[in-house]
Write a protein that binds this ligand. Structure first.
Ligand SMILES: [Cu+2]
Length: 354
C-alpha cells in the first residue's frame, strides 16, 4: 500500500487522536457496551426466530474450534488449505529452526564464557582469522535462509492466487459493525452487530464474538471476499481461516477462503478503528450446500428479492410438465385465481426447459 507523505502525517495525527480518545473513551465504551446491545438484543432475537421459521436453523458453535481458547498461545486450528499450509510452516519449520539456532548460539556463548575465561587460559590465543570457519558460518546461514525462502514464497503466492471463485461476498467495515452483501444472490445485504451479554449467554454463544446476523457461506466452495470500509480503516480478520485483510475507505481489497467443515468460526476487527473497535466481531457460518441454498431462499424471501443466483434460479425450472399444466389449469379457474397469480411467473420459465 502506498501512502503519500501528507497522508502519512495525517495518519499519525489520526492515530494519536484515536489513542487519546481511546483512553478518554474507555468509560464511554463501557457504558455504550451496556446500552447499545440492549437495543440490538431485540433485533437479534427477532432474527434468530424468523430464521428458525424458514427451515434454517442457526448453527451452534463448537467449543474451542474457530475461536480463541482460554490460556491458548498457539495458532488456532486451521480450516482452510492456506491456513493449514501456513500453520505447518510456522510450527513445523520456522519455530524449530528458530529454537535450534537460539539454543545453539546460547550454547556457544556459554562454552566460550566458561572455557576461555581469563582464569582458565594461561596464554590467550592470538588467532584472528580462520578461512574454513568463516566459509562455514557464511554458507550455512545462507543455505538455511534459502530453505526457508522457497516454501515462504510458495505460501505467499498461494495466498494471492486464489482458485476461481464459486461465490463472492462484499464486506464493508463501519464504525462499529460489519455490513455483508451477496452480489451473486440478488444483492442480499444486512448488517452484523454483536449479541448482548444476556443474549449470548441465553443462546450459548460466545459474547463479543457472536453476532445477530452471521456471514453465511457454503462449505467446500471458494469464497471470494471483497473488503472495503465506509468511514475509517478496519480489518477483516478470521484467525482460523488465515484471513486478515485491511478494509480501506474508497478501495476494494480481495481475499478468499475455502472451508470444508460446516460450523461457526469467529474473528474480530483487527485495525484500531475507534472506541467500539472491540465491539465489532466477525462470525462466519459455514453451511452444507443444501442448507446454504435454504438460507439464501429465506433471505431473498425476507428481502422481497426474486429467487436468483447459482443453484437458486435453476431450481425454479425443476417443475414437471404436469405441474406446469396443473398450475396453468388452476390459474384459469376463477375460484383459485388469486392464489395462483403469484406462482405463475415462477412456473412460466419452466415451459422452454421442458
Ligand atoms: Cu473496526
Amino acid at each position: 500500500m502506498t501512502k503519500g507523505w501528507p497522508q502519512g502525517l495525517k495518519g499519525i495525527a489520526v492515530a494519536t487522536a484515536v489513542l487519546i480518545a481511546g483512553t478518554a473513551g474507555a468509560q464511554v465504551a463501557d457504558s455504550a457496551a451496556v446500552t447499545a446491545p440492549v437495543a440490538q438484543a431485540a433485533t437479534a432475537h427477532a432474527a434468530v426466530q424468523s430464521d428458525a421459521l424458514a427451515g434454517y436453523t442457526r448453527s451452534k458453535p463448537t467449543d474451542g474450534l474457530g475461536q480463541p481458547v482460554p490460556g491458548g498461545i498457539a495458532l488456532q486450528e486451521q480450516f482452510t488449505p492456506i491456513g493449514q499450509e501456513a500453520k505447518f510452516m510456522v510450527e513445523k519449520v520456522l519455530n524449530p529452526i528458530i529454537a535450534f539456532i537460539s539454543l545453539f548460539v546460547l550454547g556457544l556463548l556459554l562454552w566460550v564464557i566458561v572455557r576461555y575465561r581469563s582464569a582458565a587460559v594461561e596464554t590467550p590465543s592470538t588467532t584472528t582469522h580462520n578461512f574454513t570457519i568463516e566459509v562455514i558460518w557464511t554458507l550455512v546461514p545462507a543455505i538455511i535462509l534459502l530453505g526457508i525462502a522457497f516454501p515462504s514464497f510458495r505460501l505467499l503466492a498461494n495466498q494471492y492466487s486464489p482458485p476461481k471463485a464459486d461465490i463472492t461476498v462484499k464486506v464493508t467495515g463501519y464504525q462499529w459493525y460489519w455490513g455483508y452483501e451477496y452480489p451473486d444472490y440478488g444483492g442480499i445485504s444486512f448488517d452484523s452487530t454483536p449479541l448482548s451479554k444476556e443474549d449470548a449467554a441465553k443462546a450459548g454463544e460466545p459474547y463479543l464474538l457472536d453476532v445477530d446476523n452471521r456471514l453465511v457461506v457454503p462449505a467446500g466452495k471458494t469464497v471470494k471476499v471483497l473488503v472495503t470500509a465506509a468511514d475509517v480503516l478496519h480489518s477483516f480478520a478470521l484467525p482460523s481461516f488465515w484471513v486478515k485483510m485491511d478494509a480501506v475507505p474508497g478501495r476494494i481489497n480481495e481475499t478468499w477462503f475455502k472451508v470444508d467443515r460446516p460450523g461457526v468460526y469467529y474473528g474480530q476487527c483487527s485495525e484500531l478503528c475507534g472506541t467500539k473497535h472491540g465491539f465489532m466481531p466477525i462470525a462466519i457460518e459455514v453451511l452444507s450446500e443444501e442448507d446454504f441454498k435454504r438460507w439464501v431462499r429465506m433471505k431473498q424471501a425476507a428481502d422481497g428479492i426474486e429467487p436468483t443466483g447459482p443453484g437458486i434460479a435453476v431450481e425454479k425450472v425443476a417443475l414437471t410438465p404436469a405441474q406446469v399444466a396443473g398450475a396453468v389449469r388452476e390459474a384459469i379457474t376463477p375460484s383459485t385465481a388469486p392464489q395462483i397469480v403469484t406462482e405463475a411467473p415462477a412456473a412460466a420459465p419452466a415451459a422452454p426447459a421442458a
